[in-house]
Write a protein that binds this ligand. Structure first.
Ligand code: GYE
Length: 348
């Protein structure tokens, strides 16, 4: 009996060893799979929202740049225009131990703590499009995007050149600014570009109201402005979606949009040049000028990450070159800070 028990025990033990060996083999295999997966560079992308056509094009550009076939895995989170959502997304990326965090921040302030958490976790942060205002600039590796104040200055230079060439004097310009999301880099720069030019030239900048970069808000804000003022002759929209909404509101109120200010038309200018309807409006002259804002940052962010992977240090601030689009033949070029920018004629 004892012998049988010993043999049975030995068999059981052997089985147990086999089973445990087996499971360790299984584990190793899983590890191997994990290792091949971990050759992929995991990028967590906190996009601020989906408020405009510019934003959608930007998201697609990012998604197309970080493809699994090319060794990337992209985790995308839409912040719905709320900073709190973006902070939650970044914390989730930290927990998931991503290799890089890419942040398109909705507004500039309030990022110190969460970016500090990313740094403590050893995860580099790349900013795209808008910027953050943090005490320690080392909280992020680098940024790529547009020079928004330059965009504003170029548009102001276009307005100045156009209105002087049709013989208007400075005090006859009655401008309203439908601003972007307050506190966002794009808003701050574009608002400053216009406000400074208005002050320097003596233009009548009657109101600055946020349209939050959306068509709906642009329509709402414009309708309210038309009730408040009866002499608006220039509408400066901080993006195309707002401009489309504003044009609707002007037409609904019986107004006519166009560059013929001297004959009562209301001139609309805007930024982006991504939305097809806005570009068509510009070709027809309903939008008199569009300041280009380039959303195709995916490949740019990718090359910044590649530099970091290779141990190189990219430039801290990386600007994109941009032009102005107009079908109006009167202004061929504008000069800002000693640099000449040609206007791209998109007339039919
Ligand atoms: O102009 C606007 C978008 O930050 C450059 O955000 C971006 C701006 C863009 O909603 O359409």
């Amino acid at each position: 009996m004892k012998k049988v028990a010993v043999i049975a025990m030995a068999l059981l033990l052997g089985l147990a060893i086999l089973v445990s060996c087996g499971s360790s083999i299984v584990k190793e295999n899983t590890n191997e799979v994990k290792q091949t997966e971990s050759h992929q560079i995991v990028v967590g992308f906190s996009q601020l929202g989906a408020e405009s056509d510019w934003r959608s094009a930007n998201t697609v550009s990012m998604q197309n740049a970080f493809l699994p076939d090319e060794g990337y895995s992209l985790l995308y989170k839409n912040g719905q225009q709320k900073q709190a959502n973006q902070i939650t997304a970044i914390r989730m990326f930290i927990q998931q131990e991503v290799d890089y965090i890419v942040l398109a921040p909705v507004t500039e302030s309030g990022w110190d703590s969460v970016l500090g958490e990313a740094r403590d976790a050893g995860i580099p942060v790349i900013l795209v499009d808008r910027r953050v205002d943090v005490a320690d600039k080392n909280l992020y590796s680098c940024w790529v995007g547009s020079d928004f104040e330059l965009e504003g200055k170029k548009m102001a230079a276009w307005i100045k050149s156009y209105t002087t060439s049709i013989g208007m004097s400075a005090e006859d310009l009655h401008i309203v600014n439908i601003q972007g999301t307050i506190g966002s880099t794009a808003q701050i720069g574009r608002t400053r570009g216009l406000a400074n030019a208005a002050r320097e030239n003596g233009w009548d900048l009657m109101a600055e109201v946020s349209g939050d970069f959306t068509e709906t808000k642009g329509r709402e804000v414009m309708a309210a402005l038309l009730k408040r003022f009866d002499n608006i002759n220039i509408v400066y929209c901080e993006n195309d979606n707002e401009a489309i909404g504003a044009i609707d509101a002007i037409e609904a109120a019986g107004g006519k949009v166009g560059a013929d200010i001297l004959n009562g038309e209301i001139m609309v200018v805007s930024f982006d040049g991504v939305n097809k309807e806005a570009l068509d409006y510009a070709a027809e002259g309903k939008i008199s000028c569009i300041g280009e804002c380039n959303p195709m940052h995916g490949p740019r962010v990718k090359s910044l990450i590649e530099m970091l992977v290779n141990g190189e240090t990219p430039d801290k601030f990386n600007y994109v070159d941009e032009t102005l689009f107009s079908a109006n033949k009167l202004v061929k070029e504008v000069e800002v800070d000693g640099v000449i920018y040609e206007i791209q004629d998109i007339g039919k």
